[in-house]
Each structure stands twice: as structure tokens, then as C-alpha cells.
Design a protein around this ligand. Sequence first.
Ligand code: ZN
Length: 285
Amino acid sequence: MNTKKTSTFFLIITLFLCLSGCTSFNFNNKKTTNNLLKIHYIDVGQGDSILISINGTNMLIDSGSHEKEEYLITYLKKQKIKKLHHVIATHPHEDHIGSMAGIIKNFNIENFYGPKVVVNEKCFTSMVTELRKKHLKIQVAKVGKKIKIHPNIICEIIAPNNTSYENINNHSVVIKLTYGYTSFIFTGDAEKISENEMLKGSINLKCDVLKLGHHGSNTSTTDSFLEKTSPKIAIISCGKKNIFRHPNKKIVNKLKNKNIKVYRTDIDGNIILISNGNSIMKSEQ
Ligand SMILES: [Zn+2]
């Protein structure tokens, strides 16, 4: 086997071992925490909030709704987060930026990104007010922009590919993160239109872990998008018994039929995945 084949083999074997409850490397050993990428899909009820950390560099994608502000801030403080090097507001909907004002108030932020869209809603205006107080500007998230979090990680913006959409969900900033042989896609609430635009682009969409768009709703995760991304693990961020009935049953069945391992924040709570660049494992908190 050549190196690539060997690594792919290793990844498959490790994923199998990890998913069947075994660990392939010891996370309790302090020495090994170096260069470990830790991704927390935080249970913020009906909404999204994802913390990505490696070697003390932190990135937050969305903040969940205002209702969960205290929970989120406490969670981040428990992780000993003082500084967020990169914060991404995927799109201006309450379930994604409702706690953003609180996050800006409570943490030291270096870079703040968002799509080029303005809405006249409290969650957005209070976020902008807090950003101004801290002299922070929203950097427009453009496709192709790479966010630096670690020398061996490529973190690239892959959507939105357009500037005007009827539905704000399609403005969602979508990110692909590649660490060694492991990769993750974070979709915000991107729907079919945005997924199709990504499919037309030149970026390799293959990933190990896909955070499904729009809380597993049937507005997203088309057959062709799922085919191209072909994840081994799917993450659904949604609230227990939410009024939108997310995730959609057909979407969940589609994942099951493809033998994709599904983790849901409404069922599993906080979901923490760890990558060492070769393999991914689920941490037991
Ligand atoms: Zn949403």
C-alpha cells in the first residue's frame, strides 16, 4: 500500500474502532493533546453553535439563540476559552446569532466574519452594536478565503457563492476544514440552491463529517450533495421536540440507508469529535 492508501485504511479502521466504542489514542495523556483538533457541536437547543479548538486557537461558528446565551457562555468558560480568534456568524437568524452580542461582550475576539447581508432584527442590531463597541468589523466571508487556525489545517470558505438570495438561509457561510486525512464541512442553514452552487464549484466536497444544513430539514442535504460529500458521520444540530419537526424523517432515513453514522444534539447532547489528522474519534465529554 502507498502512503495515501495506508492512511485511508488507517482512518477507516480507526473510525470503525472509535464508533464501536474503543479509543485509538489516549486523550488523557497531556502530551498527546498537542495538535489535537477538538470540535464541539454544542447543544444549544434549536440552533447551531460549534467550537473548534487546536493548540489554544479557537474558532466559534454561530452562537445559538438568545435563550441559550448563559449556557453557551458557561460552556465556553468551562473549556477555559478566553479568546476567540475567529468568530463566524453564518447568517443573521436568531437561532444562529441570538447570543452573539453576549459572546462579543464576554470574550476577546480577533476576527469576525459574516455574509454580506443586513437584516432589521434585534439579534442582528445588538450584535452590530457590540461589535462597534469593541471596534470590530464584520469581514465579508468570501468563497476561497482561508482562515488560519493551524499550520497543518486548511479552513476554507466554500459558500455563499452569490450575493443575493431570496432566502437568508442561502447566505449561510459554509466552511470546509481539512486536517491531514480528516475533513469536516459546516453548512449553517445552506439550502438546495447553495448546495447546488457548491456542487458546480471546483472545491472538493468530500468530507468525513458533515454538519447537515438547516437542522436536518428537507430544504437541504440533496441526494447529489450527500453523494459528493459522502460523509461517514452526519451531525444534526436541533432542539428536542422542536416545533419545526427537525430533522426531517426522510433525510434521517437517507443517512441510515447510506450507513452514515448520525449524531444529533437533541438526542446526544453536546457532541465532541477529536481529530489527530489521521483519524476521528468521539470524545465522551
Ligand atoms: Zn437555523
